[in-house]
Structure formats: structure tokens, C-alpha cells
Ligand binder design. Structure first.
Ligand code: OSB
Ligand code: MG
Length: 374
């Protein structure tokens, strides 16, 4: 495959409701899309990627503007340079940008677009290529921090009515045991888990142990991104299974976390680990080690959501992911919307991602576009 040009598109999309985590309140999403114009034997396709970086430096050391700049200045030129020597493939991409350090979310977005282009040309779906063994995946929902327990119970009740099969509550100091207790009291024995997004330290261990009374599926990333050792120590002091998100930035980090007892469960986000191909490798090693994984979310548009459903169809994804319907975040998605059916989301079956941006929606939300020609 030859890449003729790459477009970097920034969108601005309102969220249906503010989303508050331990690190910030988001009312809008600024997705960064990568469009690869590719050709093989005179056939042309567009391949689409989505960068998961948030607008600000709150979840990761990558953010919207850094990802766009790294794509523009380093990653896209590296692909153009590599294709002077040999045809571009999604499999070869990681090697061709290995000399560019870090910036996994930016890399993941370009790799996703190359993979999509390649699969569209080959007539193969993301699910088939990644190794999905199901046609749909169970759908969980991540519920932000609310202003009051009443408001939280209202939201959780709505999501359960819609059919979500698992509830994840965002927590932070001052909003942890009480909301968990209230949700248990009101809704009983539902599949329930919490996500702290690094808001605690080991000094909070005794407090966090109070969560052990509520039969949670897991606690996600209570401590810092670099705190694999500390998570192992905390895991020994809690009954609730320890799940890592922010700390798992690579296959090596995943192996370390598993071997050191810091992760009984892993949240896999392709963007955070450098792409869908690396995500599959983490799935494989976790499965080998008997560690369940689930697919995290980053308020993706239908493009990222399509790829996430495919990934979550792999057999080691034994827990419901943060793969909600499009309507959980967006009144209008940029693709045909993903919908809940009996608590599940279908994996698109068409070539590549199996969905594409609707031109009108792209136009409506488009903020900025840059085309780089080979
Ligand atoms: O920690 O899982 C997280 C959203 C943005 C940044 C970090 C996280 C989240 C979510 C998932 O909780 C939201 C979703 O896409 O469903
Ligand atoms: Mg998380």
C-alpha cells in the first residue's frame, strides 16, 4: 500500500452531559482524526484513525496539541520516508517509528488509520484481523462524579433502564464509599466497579479498604501512573481486585504489573499502549497469565468505538468494557450511531472499521484540518 496523503482533522463535539472524573470536568470532546489516503494497484481508499488524547494534561502526558504536532512533524513524515524503501503496512508501522520516542497515543492513531486502509483494501474487518470471536460485546458505562447522591442514583437508574450490564463509578477522595454504598443500597447486586484515576496514595489504604465491604468487581487505578510497586502493596491490603489503567502503557508494563501482583485485572486502551496491535499482544500475555482484561474508553467517536468493539470481541476480554452507545456521550455521532441491544453493542462486520464518518457530521463539528502530502 502507498500513502498519498494524510489529513489531520480536529473536531469539537458537545457532550450530552458533563463528565466529571477525579481529574477534571469535561463538557466537550475535541477528537483528533487521522485520515490516510491510500492506494494499491490503482484502488484508492480512506483509512480512519482516532487519537484518544484529551485536550488537557490530566489523564496522560500526551494531549491534543502534542499529538497533532508529533503526527505532523515526526510520524507522518516517517511513514512517507519509509515508503521510499518499501510498501507501507500496519504491521511495519511500529518499527518505522521506533526511533521516535514516546507519544503512543499519536502513534496509535496513525497505526489505526493505516490498519483501516489496509483492511478496507483487503476486504477484511477489524474484528477478523484482531481475532474477535463474537459478533457483539457486553456494554458497560462509566458514570462521572455527580453533585449529589440523589443525582447519581438518578443517572445510574437511567443507565440500568437502558440496559447497561455494568456500572463503573468514578471516585475521588470525598466521593467514594458513600456513593458506592448508596448505589448498592438502591440497586442491589448489580455488576459494579470504581475508577479513581490516580487520586489516592498508599496513605489512603485503610480508607480504601472500606470499599471491600461492597463486593466490587474491581478498583481501577487508585494510585499514580508510575506506582506499580505501590499498587502491588495496596493490592495485598485489599480484597477488591486491583485493576490498572494509566500504569499499563506497554506490554512490558503489563508484564511487570502482573508479575509483581499489581494487576489482577487490566483495562486495555489501544491508544494508551501504542495501538490496536500492541493491545492484542497485551491481551495475549494477560490471557496466558490468567489475568482478565476489559476494554477501556476515551469518549471516542464512532470510529474509535468501532475499533474498540472489535478488540473487546477477543476471548480474553471477559469483563464488560467502557463501550457504551454513542448516545452516552453524543447527541450526534460522526458515524452511524452505536446502539445498545439487550445490553450489547454489535461489532461492525464490514471491511476495516465497518463504519465511516458521515460527511455532514464531519462538516458540522470540524474545527481545523491539515493535509500532508507524500
Ligand atoms: O479512566 O477510564 C478512564 C474517560 C476519559 C479518560 C479516562 C477514562 C475515561 C473513562 C471512560 O472512564 C469513558 C468512556 O469512554 O466510556
Ligand atoms: Mg480508568
Amino acid at each position: 500500500m502507498r500513502v498519498r496523503a494524510v489529513e489531520l482533522l480536529t473536531l469539537r463535539m458537545p457532550l450530552v452531559t458533563p463528565f466529571t472524573t477525579s481529574f477534571s470536568t469535561q463538557t466537550e470532546r475535541f477528537p483528533l482524526l487521522v485520515r490516510v489516503l491510500a492506494e494499491t494497484d490503482g484502488r484508492e481508499v480512506d483509512g480512519w484513525g482516532e487519537c484518544v488524547a484529551l485536550t488537557d494534561l490530566v489523564y496522560s502526558s500526551e494531549y491534543l496539541d502534542s499529538a497533532r504536532e508529533v503526527l505532523r512533524r515526526y510520524l507522518v513524515p516517517a511513514v512517507f520516508a519509509a515508503q521510499a524503501r518499501e510498501a507501507v503496512t500496519a504491521d511495519g508501522f511500529a518499527e518505522s517509528v521506533r526511533h521516535i520516542l514516546g507519544h503512543r497515543m499519536a502513534k496509535a492513531a496513525l497505526e489505526m488509520a493505516l490498519l483501516d486502509a489496509e483492511l478496507r483494501l483487503a476486504g477484511v474487518s477489524f474484528g477478523e484481523r484482531l481475532g474477535a470471536t463474537t459478533a457483539s460485546v457486553p456494554s458497560g458505562v462509566s458514570v462521572g462524579i455527580h453533585d449529589s447522591i440523589d443525582a447519581l442514583l438518578g443517572s445510574v437508574g437511567d443507565y440500568l433502564d437502558q440496559g447497561y450490564v455494568r456500572i463503573k463509578l468514578k471516585i475521588r477522595p470525598g466521593w467514594d464509599v458513600e456513593p458506592v454504598r448508596a448505589v448498592r443500597d438502591r440497586f442491589g447486586d448489580i455488576p459494579l466497579q470504581v475508577d479513581a484515576n490516580t487520586a489516592y496514595t498508599l496513605a489512603d489504604a485503610e480508607h480504601l479498604r472500606l470499599l471491600d465491604a461492597y463486593d466490587l468487581l474491581l478498583i481501577e487505578q487508585p494510585l499514580g501512573e508510575d506506582d506499580i510497586r505501590e499498587h502491588a502493596l495496596l493490592a495485598r491490603r485489599m480484597r477488591t481486585p486491583m485493576c490498572l489503567d494509566e500504569s499499563i502503557v506497554s506490554t512490558d508494563a503489563a508484564r511487570d504489573a502482573i508479575e509483581r501482583g499489581a494487576a489482577a485485572i487490566i483495562n486495555i486502551k489501544a491508544g494508551r499502549v501504542g495501538g490496536y496491535l500492541a493491545a492484542v499482544r497485551i491481551h495475549d500475555l494477560a490471557r496466558e497469565a490468567g489475568v482478565p482484561v476489559w476494554c477501556g474508553g476515551m469518549l471516542e467517536t464512532g470510529l474509535g468505538r468501532a475499533a474498540n468493539t472489535a478488540l473487546a470481541g477477543l476471548p480474553g476480554f471477559t469483563l464488560p468494557g467502557d463501550i457504551s452507545a454513542s448516545a452516552r456521550f453524543f447527541a450526534q455521532d460522526i458515524t452511524e450511531p452505536f446502539v445498545l441491544q439487550d445490553g450489547r453493542i454489535r461489532i461492525p462486520a464490514g471491511p476495516g472499521l465497518g463504519v465511516e464518518p458521515l460527511p455532514d457530521a464531519l462538516e458540522e463539528f470540524s474545527q481545523h484540518a491539515l493535509t500532508l502530502e507524500a
